[in-house]
Design a protein around this ligand. Structure first.
Ligand code: ADP
Length: 384
């Protein structure tokens, strides 16, 4: 089935045209700078230009737009309601709208993309695939915050978790490398990109994850601090007169690797600066790796063991140094790295555990668009 996968952001739409049975990418591109002076006017115009490119004068991958059999939209927040992909109906769109305040940077642009796609392809079935759905198996003891219960029940304040589409892709990749045994194992998957999270997967199901109500909790990220004493923020609000908007900016844009190093949010820059002797970059890396190691230990304790550790996304797939630093000191879990295999693993799936390691250590590349195309095709086939 030919599926158009759309990932709509505030100023960009990424798309891939996929043949889901053949697992092939027929076309892909990124329309950026939407709404800016040198870009297209709006999301509607961006989608029209995508469709034009797909059928471009017979030179595109499609002869006719009717060959697009389904559209799959990436939607970050599906709240507690969506535990899997959903065919887009007016009701479903309204639900996604209701969850917009929980993901103000992500759900509104996704909705723009959805509305415009329904306008330009009104007869094509369209599906929303949610990042939060993968974590719908996390039990209450791990998803309820110990705040007054009313905030949970009436306001939906709870851990939702993110990166679910990526995790699904990586779990499938890991399962293939483990000979189909992931559903019997206790795994920890570290998704280390610009945003970073770590997830405990027990018997093939997410049982805990480091991101929470928002993508701020947990690991150190490019510009986000991860776990911080909420009292520290109250202190800054009182002492420096920071308003909610200021705290939002500090937490989302000025912290993490950038905040500590004072140099960059990009892991490559921070690694280079630390290697050249920059002390604060060294410290930023130490905090980054230490935090992740603590989470791996915590999740091993939560699951009562650890069989597999998986690294994925930009940092996880490419940085042997970070993987080595994170794994250092995890020998007590029976985890050993094969230093050579680790040094060589870059952007490809690899088994980097040592010969005597009780824990398998894998590098698995993530492919979110494949999961969106597969889930969309499966749901549309079921409805036929
Ligand atoms: P996003 O979350 O935006 O999808 P990615 O998964 O592409 O991000 O990850 C981006 C991060 O990966 C950046 O911090 C970048 O520095 C890092 N990265 C990419 N290649 C390497 C590398 N070779 N070594 C270390 N870090 C890398």
């Amino acid at each position: 089935m030919k599926v158009l996968v759309l990932n709509s952001g505030s100023s960009s739409i990424k798309y891939e045209l996929r043949d889901s049975q053949a697992a092939a990418v027929l076309a892909k591109d990124d329309i950026s700078r939407i709404g800016e002076e040198d870009g297209v006017a709006d999301h509607g115009r961006a989608l029209e230009s995508i469709l034009e490119a797909l059928v471009a004068l017979g030179g595109g991958p499609l002869k006719d737009l009717s060959e697009v059999e389904a559209v799959g939209h990436r939607v970050v927040h599906g709240g507690s309601y969506f535990t899997g992909p959903a065919l887009l109906t007016p009701d479903v769109i309204q639900r996604i709208e209701e969850y917009a305040p929980l993901a103000p940077l992500h759900n509104p642009p996704a909705l723009l993309g959805i509305r415009e796609a329904l306008r330009v392809l009104p007869h094509t079935p369209q599906v929303a695939v949610f990042d939060t759905a993968y974590h719908s198996t996390i039990p209450p003891k791990a998803h309820v915050y110990a705040l007054p219960y009313d905030y949970y029940e009436r306001h939906g304040v709870r851990r939702y978790g993110f990166h679910g589409i990526s995790l699904q892709s990586v779990a499938q990749g890991a399962d293939a490398m483990l000979g189909g045994r992931l559903p019997e194992l206790k795994a920890v998957i570290a998704h280390l990109g610009n945003g970073a999270s770590v997830t405990a997967v027990d018997g093939g199901r997410s049982v805990d994850t480091s991101m929470g109500l928002t993508p701020l909790e947990g690991l150190v990220m490019g510009t986000r601090p991860g776990d911080v004493d909420p009292g520290a923020l109250l202190y800054l609000m009182r002492e420096l007169g920071l308003a909610a908007g200021d705290v939002d900016r500090v937490l989302n844009k000025e912290s993490g690797l950038l905040g500590v190093s004072g140099l960059s949010n990009d892991m490559r820059d921070v690694l280079a600066a630390a290697a050249a002797g920059e002390k604060r970059s060294r410290l930023a890396l130490d905090i980054y790796c230490y935090r992740l190691r603590k989470y791996i230990g915590a999740y091993a304790a939560a699951m009562g063991g650890l069989d597999v550790l998986v690294f994925t996304a930009g940092v996880g797939e490419n940085s042997a140094d970070i993987r080595a630093a994170v794994c250092e000191g995890l020998g007590f879990l029976g985890l050993e790295l094969d230093q050579d295999a680790n040094a060589k693993a870059r952007g490809v799936n690899a088994d980097i555990g040592g010969a005597g390691s009780r824990v398998r250590v894998l590098v698995v590349s993530t492919d979110e668009e494949r999961v969106i195309a597969d889930e969309t095709a499966a749901l549309v086939m079921r409805g036929r």
